[in-house]
Design a protein around this ligand. Structure first.
Ligand code: 4NP
Length: 164
């Protein structure tokens, strides 16, 4: 059975999308779904290729028990549209960049991460890079909430969920 695959995308792939990658992977693992769901992240900008996540990001994530030590920044590639069922953008700028790249025959779901949350009214995960520490904690709050919504959505769409 093929896995459902999810790619989180932000600008630098060192703050928001690796946070989503780590949080969603942790949720998938703790719910015993790692054989069913593949998780990855990427950026639309190339300033930090190969770099580990930002230290401010890893610090707030570690406080809540998320390990990001294996993650490294990479660019979104056109092949990702062949690979991923869900391509999930952190903000409208990322989404616009992805829509420009999107092949006409892409059959997956391309959209905003926060649209998977029923609880959050804002639509974008704000870029924390040039702001203070509060911004990084807010990213984590939004990501935890939206991850729960995305996982519930995937469960509702997937035939394997009924057998679990
Ligand atoms: P991210 O944050 O898109 O959440 O990874 C940023 C990281 C780096 C830059 C901008 C945003 N930058 O301009 O280098």
């Amino acid at each position: 059975m093929s896995k459902i695959s999810v790619l989180f995308v932000c600008l630098g792939n060192i703050c928001r999308s690796p946070t989503a990658h780590a949080v969603f992977q942790s949720m998938v693992d703790s719910e015993g779904l790692s054989q069913h769901i593949l998780v990855d992240s990427a950026g639309t900008g190339d300033w930090h290729l190969g770099h580990a996540p930002d230290q401010r990001t890893t610090a707030v994530a570690a406080q809540r028990g998320y390990d990001m030590s294996e993650l490294r920044s990479r660019l979104v590639e056109i092949e990702d549209f062949d690979q991923f069922d869900y391509i999930v953008a952190m903000d409208n700028e990322n989404l616009t960049n992805l829509e420009v790249m999107r092949p006409a025959n892409y059959q997956g779901q391309l959209g905003l991460f926060l649209d998977y949350s029923q609880q959050i009214e804002q639509t974008e995960v704000p870029d924390p890079y040039y702001g203070g520490d509060n911004g990084f904690a807010l990213v984590l709050d939004l990501v935890e909430e939206a991850s729960a919504g995305l996982l519930a959505h995937i469960r509702s769409q997937s035939s394997w969920t009924t057998s679990l």
